[in-house]
Design a protein around this ligand. Structure first.
Ligand code: PLP
Length: 288
């Protein structure tokens, strides 16, 4: 069997049909061409890590999904629905394969009609695993908004994990053209924001830092867990309005996300950098 066939066989899709999660063949069409998620990116999503056949951090993702839906004024079908969808795609999933479960909620056909709710499950890509182990070359790119702007501009949907990720994906392609793997966005005045699919965390003088949520970045579930565990272990943490210079001066810089985990930044804007041996400790805090 070719690698592509193996991947195809493993993919799972569940659709919410009003009162039940229905698993359908992965290649079967599940939305109409008029779905507003397709035409406008009008929806929200979550990417949930599947480890040892389970979803250890599903609660945090469902809480954020509900917040994103509220910001978007989307009818969230609720926790029980999402749990049923996740259970449906996880059934018969091979426990030894690490997966990513994507939950999509779109405005469907709009006009007060029910939203579209989908759960997709597929193996974690080899590239994600490579970045987790080998680290990342990152470039900083401007997002063009002042750091304080999105807090006062609800139409920009700050803090919501919307399906409109075209800009995020374009930024990653731009980074790749520059020979890098990923991006840290900066505000108009040069404040650190987040990666296109990750939270930036850095360590300086024994303190773990991450940018404040008031900048309109997504509240990362992984960074929240790291900060809670660091706090419990007596390690100081801080929400800091940092700059690119702070990253260059930091002892360690990481991009965090639920599926990729902790990816160490080994190159920033073309400048090689170390991690002062701190990455193992950061990983251990998250694993513990
Ligand atoms: N910021 C953005 C824009 C993201 O898309 C993500 C994850 O996909 C994150 C941060 C990290 O969030 P989490 O740790 O919950 O995966």
């Amino acid at each position: 069997m070719r690698q592509a066939d193996v991947v195809t066989d493993l993919r799972r899709v569940a659709v919410w049909r009003g009162d039940a999660a229905v698993v359908v063949p992965a290649d079967q069409p599940v939305v109409t061409a008029f779905d507003l998620g397709l035409g406008r990116g009008d929806g929200v999503f979550e990417s949930v890590a599947v480890v040892d056949g389970g979803t250890p951090h599903l609660d945090e993702h469902l809480a954020r999904m509900a917040r994103s839906a509220a910001i978007m004024e989307l009818a969230d079908p609720g926790e029980q629905t999402w749990r049923a969808m996740v259970d449906a795609v996880l059934a018969s999933w091979p426990v030894e394969i690490e997966g990513v479960c994507r939950l999509f909620l779109t405005r469907g056909l709009g006009a007060g009609l029910p939203p579209t709710a989908l759960a997709l499950l597929s193996p974690v890509s080899p590239e994600v695993v490579r970045q987790r182990t080998a680290g990342l070359s990152v470039v900083t790119l401007g997002l063009g908004v002042p750091a304080a702007f999105r807090a006062e501009a609800p139409w920009l949907l700050g803090g919501a994990k919307t399906l409109s990720y075209a800009v995020n994906m374009a930024a990653q392609r731009h980074a790749q053209r520059l020979g890098a793997d990923d991006v840290v966005f900066t505000s108009l005045e040069g404040q650190l924001l987040e990666g296109p699919t990750s939270t930036v965390v850095w360590s300086a003088d024994g303190v773990l830092h991450t940018p404040p949520l008031e900048t309109g970045i997504l509240a990362g579930t992984t960074s929240a867990r790291l900060f809670a565990r660091a706090g419990a272990a007596g390690r100081p943490t801080s929400f800091t309005a940092g700059t690119v210079d702070d990253l260059h001066a930091a002892d360690g810089v990481w991009l965090l996300s639920g599926v990729r985990g902790v990816a160490t930044v080994h190159t920033l804007d073309g400048v090689p950098r170390g991690d002062a041996g701190l990455s193992a400790g950061v990983r251990a805090l998250l694993a513990g």
